[in-house]
Design a protein around this ligand. Structure first.
Ligand SMILES: Cc1cc2nc3c(=O)[nH]c(=O)nc-3n(C[C@H](O)[C@H](O)[C@H](O)COP(=O)(O)OP(=O)(O)OC[C@H]3O[C@@H](n4cnc5c(N)ncnc54)[C@H](O)[C@@H]3O)c2cc1C
Length: 387
């Protein structure tokens, strides 16, 4: 809930969104905020937290009700993502699971698979991730080397993936693989693999030591002759993967812009409170013109950012979000996040550099926002195509 802009209401926000905002804010402040340190130490949220979030009705909010989802729209996902930022959570893989990857299932899986998987994703019984990136290729997705070869009624998958979010808890993994290695984009297909620690040939690799977001389970994954039923080819036809990715990536990019705006708002909120409490030269540091001006600028920029992001959320709700606008949301939202969090950290002096302060965790968590989900440079390329 915004302490910074108590009167601000996104144009798309309905009473249902407002009630969800209150509910999600209360839930996350109680169930996520206090556990950040413990989750950072173990490099994953407690498995039970997924089920709690599901029971609280916070997962798969814009998946149809007939598949166990919330029956809402992108605004519901944006509300939870924003409240997660305001709760200083940097561990819960909500956006990957709920906003992004569940939608590959909702959009391209068979009716029977949707009925089987989506209710479990909405309840938090199962966790999902997506494995696109490989050690040798990230931005250039067409160059993936993981292969899927048809053998009878299965595909046999071989390859290595890296930087995969939700990789410790994932029970379902959307895998980007080549079904035709002689082709670039047209050789790519997506598969949903049901994975466990006992799946033959499937290995969850080392937990990666990141700069921030320590509570998020980011790992390497290895596939050696992993057999996936042919029915788990998304869309039922080989070679559709790249188009499917291009259709889903705007959602991913926008939700990263939403979290960027949320974290920037959380940082300014924290910095104002600190500047009122911290004394130097016999007065609160907010009394120094520099501190006041910095925070005045940051507050202004956060409101401008939110209104832009909410304009994009409106497009997503209306079904009119295009790739260039989604890329603008990601580019601008994450650039501003990094810049504003940095300026706010300065207000904290030395305490801003101490991990026990949320501002330090926000600073460490922010940097990757300009990298994953498509780098800032790739966003500029995509926006450039609309010029
Ligand atoms: C914490 C974390 C979580 C992640 N989670 C996931 C996940 O769940 N699933 C998943 O599949 N991936 C995930 N990723 C991977 C992420 O999406 C990639 O790191 C990202 O797409 C960049 O790919 P790369 O690291 O291979 O960099 P590269 O593609 O090698 O890029 C290196 C540099 O070159 C620049 N560059 C590349 N191509 C161009 C170009 N055409 N024009 C201009 N500049 C260019 C890039 O912008 C970048 O600055 C995650 C990454 C991190 C760090």
């Amino acid at each position: 809930m915004s302490k910074l802009f108590p009167d601000y209401t996104p144009a798309w926000e309905t009473e249902d969104h407002r009630l969800l905002r209150e509910h999600a804010g209360t839930f996350l402040a109680k169930e996520a905020t206090p556990h950040q340190e413990a989750w950072a130490e173990q490099h994953h949220v407690d498995r039970d937290f997924w089920r709690k979030a599901g029971a609280a009705g916070l997962l798969c909010l814009d998946v149809e009700e007939q598949y166990g989802g919330g029956g809402g729209n992108f605004g519901h996902e944006a509300v939870v993502a924003h409240e997660r930022s305001m709760a200083h959570d940097t561990a819960f893989g909500f956006e990957v699971h709920s906003t992004i990857v569940s939608h590959y299932v909702a959009a391209y899986a068979s009716e029977e698979q949707k009925r089987r998987w989506l209710p479990q994703l909405a309840s938090g019984e199962k966790v999902i991730g997506i494995a696109m990136t490989e050690p040798d290729t990230g931005s250039d997705l067409q160059a993936v080397r993981t292969t899927a070869v048809r053998e009878g009624d299965h595909y046999v998958i071989n390859g290595s993936k890296t930087f995969i979010s939700n990789a410790t808890h994932a029970d379902l993994m959307v895998i980007v693989a080549k079904t035709d290695t002689s082709q670039g984009a047209r050789g790519i297909s997506l598969f949903v693999a049901e994975v466990s620690d006992d799946t033959p040939g499937f290995t969850r690799g080392r937990v990666l030591q990141k700069i921030g977001q320590h509570g998020q389970d980011t790992r390497e994954l290895s596939f050696v002759d992993v057999r996936v039923p042919a029915a788990n080819l998304l869309g039922g036809e080989e070679g559709q993967g790249f188009i499917q990715l291009m259709n889903q990536l705007p959602r991913e990019r926008l939700i990263l812009g939403v979290t960027g705006a949320g974290m920037a708002e959380a940082a300014v909120t924290e910095a104002i409170a600190y500047a009122k409490a911290r004394q130097a030269f016999g007065k609160p540091i907010l009394d120094f013109q520099n501190t006041r001006f910095v925070l005045a600028e940051c507050k202004t920029e956060v409101l401008a950012l939110r209104t832009f992001i909410d304009h994009c959320v409106q497009h997503a709700i209306d079904g009119t979000l295009d790739a260039a606008t989604a890329s603008m949301a990601k580019l601008y939202g994450t650039d501003k996040q990094v810049e504003i969090v940095d300026r706010c950290l300065q207000v904290f002096g030395g305490y801003g550099y101490m991990m026990e302060y949320p501002i330090a965790q926000m600073y460490a968590a922010a940097r990757v926002q300009k990298i994953y989900g498509g780098t800032s440079e790739i966003m500029k390329e995509l926006i450039g195509r609309s010029l």
